[in-house]
Design a protein around this ligand. Structure first.
Ligand SMILES: [Zn+2]
Ligand SMILES: [Zn+2]
Length: 348
């Protein structure tokens, strides 16, 4: 799949709007044409997610002029700074964001900090199909595939995939894989630098002002969904695509062992061992029975994998750019397990 993310910056009724979009193209020829047109609006080589000085509807219009098979998905629609519904620079509806070009938008990316169930609470989103992608911009390979769309297709082609998405066809688009919305970087409200992490109810109690620095809190995804929802929690639209909630295997191992480090050779070795034995990460996370896992790994990790699979994990919620953390062991901070680590420079 030829795909890229772009950021559009534009003025809307006196406010600066910053919106991310995922572009999909059916061929390299069309990619060349897209590059030619979009390079007039920004430096495409500046970084992996080019910034374009054009409005969201303008972007869609220009792309549709190139080829009607280009698919534009609104990216991680709830994140505060760069999305359709973002608390800081977004809108209150998809129609407000994409204007008359909304007719070409049929898919929305739920992002890490929201899951489909949260989105089902807005009746205005029923006409769109919710999709889930890794949104992996960092060098950590284990974040690839942390969210995914699962299909059962006769032929895996660009057109088949998007036809299934467009028609919200439950025969072909089976389910999405989600991380827990608590894991996402913007689930709760707060201030990263002040160490303030609040449930929306508590943020509202303090007028959305940081109790430490007195400035406005970064309002997270849960708060925004609550503001815009017109349905109660737990509502399921009848044609909804189901979902499963998982966590990257690397992070399961890392947190189950109590280290939670972003990079650990030991964790990576355990991770690779499981994948080598059972074929791929999703098979380990979704299917392999505990007895089989125990032949390869220890009880603690096998238990953690099963807990994630069965949705029995508690989380410390993410906020203001900080990832949420799974808590496998109530006493995990105290019970620090000594892991063999890489030698420090002094030891050489
Ligand atoms: Zn983005
Ligand atoms: Zn603060």
């Amino acid at each position: 799949m030829l795909t890229a993310e772009v950021s559009t910056i534009f003025n809307y009724e006196g406010q600066i709007k910053k919106i991310h979009h995922i572009l999909h193209a059916p061929s390299f020829e069309i990619v060349d044409q897209i590059n030619e047109v979009l390079s007039k609006y920004g430096d495409l080589k500046a970084d992996g997610r080019p910034t374009l000085m054009m409005s969201a509807p303008e972007l869609v219009e220009k792309l549709m002029e190139i080829n009607k098979d280009i698919v534009i998905t609104s990216a991680h629609i709830w994140t505060p700074w760069f999305s359709c519904f973002g608390s800081r620079s977004g809108f209150n509806s998809v129609e407000e964001c994409y204007q008359d070009q909304t007719k070409h938008i049929f898919s929305l990316e739920t992002g890490m900090s929201s899951d489909p169930a949260m989105n089902w609470r807005l009746s205005s989103l029923d006409k769109f199909t919710l999709v889930s992608n890794s949104d992996s911009h960092s060098p950590w390979s284990w974040r690839l595939g942390r969210e995914a769309n699962v299909f059962d297709l006769k032929k895996v082609t660009y057109w088949e995939i998007f036809d299934a998405i467009k028609k919200k066809d439950r025969e072909r688009f089976l389910y999405t894989i989600e991380t827990s919305p608590f894991y996402g970087k913007y689930h709760y409200d707060g201030h990263r630098n002040c160490g303030i992490n609040l449930h929306p109810k508590d943020a509202i109690k303090s007028n959305n002002i940081c109790p430490k620095c007195g400035k406005r809190l970064t309002i997270g995804v849960l708060h925004r969904v609550e503001e815009l929802a017109d349905r109660p929690e737990g509502f399921v639209p009848k044609d909804a695509i189901p979902f499963k909630t998982l966590l990257p295997l690397y992070e399961i191992i890392s947190f189950a062992w109590g280290s939670g480090e972003l990079y650990s050779k030991k964790v990576l070795e355990e991770h690779d061992k499981l994948i080598e034995n059972f074929g791929n990460e999703l098979n380990v996370l979704l299917n392999v029975p505990k007895e089989e896992l125990l032949k390869v790994t220890n009880e603690k990790i096998a238990d953690a994998i099963i807990k994630v699979r069965e949705g029995k994990v508690k989380y410390q919620a993410g906020y203001d750019g900080m990832y949420g953390k799974p808590i496998f062991d109530e006493n995990f901070v105290q019970k620090k397990i000594e892991l063999p680590t890489q030698k420090s420079l002094k030891e050489f």
